[in-house]
Design a protein around this ligand. Structure first.
Ligand SMILES: Cc1ncc(COP(=O)(O)O)c(C=O)c1O
Length: 393
């Protein structure tokens, strides 16, 4: 592993994977020795169109010759941001109309929390146990894992937790509650889908109490589950939709969308309710607009469900307890955490990129680019099954 990487670049763990990247294209990452690594992770769901999709690269190149950054967010009318937010409004159900563009998923969540508090005049936020919404102080406060939070306290006050998919817990939502924040599909917890009419029940209770429903679609959004956004599977519309990751095909981005009525409260009494220098950056908005165009002009979104089926048919093995998730947001739940670890590392040495989930130690993530081909799926599944056969010996 590159010594300077460990010496100068701040690390998140003492054991980074350390792949030395030369370039990436389509479903492959190429290392500095020229070896191709088939990517079943897509930058942790951030590269839905694969690496360096030509339409996105073209949009970035063209925009980079016009201008990069001219003013803080919100003052100047810039074509890429206008085109992007208009297209998002046209793609989303009413009343989701106005989008605030920011720099990352966690910032989008901070903005959504602020918006809910500002709009309702209430302070309590209810989140689900085992959820992940980001790592800045506000979104970290919505994490239920005390051992990850304790060293950073004091965090946001007035945060309570409910269990995902447990309808009885919805009684905790009251007229004090500004917002309920949920991942539409729980990611770090193990790719857990909402069951039955859970989300409809949440929406009903929120409406009864005047509480806003914030859905975090940072991971499932932009087509990964067979719809542009996963909430479309469940007959509900959130009050605030939070997005990021794949939105700009690999450039840093986040956004939150709400009705005009709700969103206007961020720009009045006081003005400047949320401000950012680089949010809505022209280069990134151009990449996001191209991403949305490609998704909507192709059959990529619908094809995720066929690709899911291919994975489910191929990945049968006694060491795999279960395949969870939807579309190309899949997780293999292995017999135990050690098997999951060994699978990820052994596949890495055979040129297949896999990764873990944050909280479910037995899970191995499969979140490839939506552009992955049937041959590439087969090739990666062959490697997984070969490694599992070796682990079983
Ligand atoms: C569901 C969910 N919410 C929020 C975030 C935070 O996004 P970011 O890392 O861009 O801040 C992530 C990132 O993994 C996520 O998966």
């Amino acid at each position: 592993m590159d010594k300077d990487f460990l010496k100068y670049q701040a690390q998140t763990t003492s054991t980074p994977l350390g792949l030395e990247v030369s370039h990436a294209k389509g479903s492959y990452i190429y290392d500095s020795k020229g070896k191709a690594h088939l990517d079943f992770v897509a930058g942790v769901s951030a590269c839905g169109l694969g690496h360096c999709h030509p339409r996105v690269v073209k949009a970035i190149k063209e925009q980079s010759e016009r201008y990069l950054h001219v003013m803080v967010y919100g003052e100047y009318a810039q074509e890429p941001g206008i085109g992007l937010t208009k297209k998002l409004a046209a793609s989303l159900p009413d009343p989701l109309e106005m989008t605030y563009l920011v720099n990352s998923g966690t910032e989008a969540m901070e903005g959504a929390i602020k918006l809910a508090r500002r709009f309702t005049g209430r302070s309590e936020i209810i989140a689900a146990r085992n959820a992940y919404h980001g790592n800045t102080m506000g979104s970290l406060s919505l994490m239920s894992f005390e051992e990850r939070k304790a060293p950073f306290r004091p965090l946001l006050p007035d945060v309570s937790f409910i269990d995902f998919n447990v309808v009885e817990d919805l009684d905790k939502i009251s007229k004090r509650t500004a917002a309920v924040v949920l991942e539409t599909i729980q990611g770090g917890a193990g790719f857990i889908l909402p069951e039955n009419n859970y989300l409809l029940e949440v929406q009903r209770k929120c409406q009864e109490m005047g509480t806003l429903l914030i859905l975090d679609e940072i991971q499932p959004g932009f087509g990964r589950t067979g719809k542009l956004f996963a909430f479309e599977h469940y007959n509900i519309v959130p009050d605030i939709l939070v997005m990021g990751k794949s939105m700009a095909s690999g450039l840093p981005v986040g956004a939150f969308t709400a009705s005009r009525d709700i969103m206007l409260s961020l720009s009045q009494n006081p003005i400047l309710g949320h401000i950012t220098t680089f949010g809505g950056n022209a280069l990134i908005a151009a990449a996001a607009l191209a991403t949305l165009e490609v998704l909507q002009e192709s059959d990529l979104i619908a094809s995720t469900l066929e690709k899911e089926e291919q994975f489910r048919q191929r990945l049968h093995h006694p060491l795999i307890d279960e395949i969870r998730g939807k579309g190309l947001m899949l997780a293999m739940i292995m017999r135990d955490a050690e098997t999951a670890n060994r699978l990820v590392t052994a596949c890495a040495s055979k040129g297949l990129v896999l990764f873990w989930l944050l909280f479910e130690q037995r899970a191995v993530r499969i979140s490839p680019p939506l552009t992955i081909s049937s041959e590439e799926i087969d090739k990666g599944c062959d490697i997984i099954l070969e490694v599992l056969a070796e682990l079983q010996q």
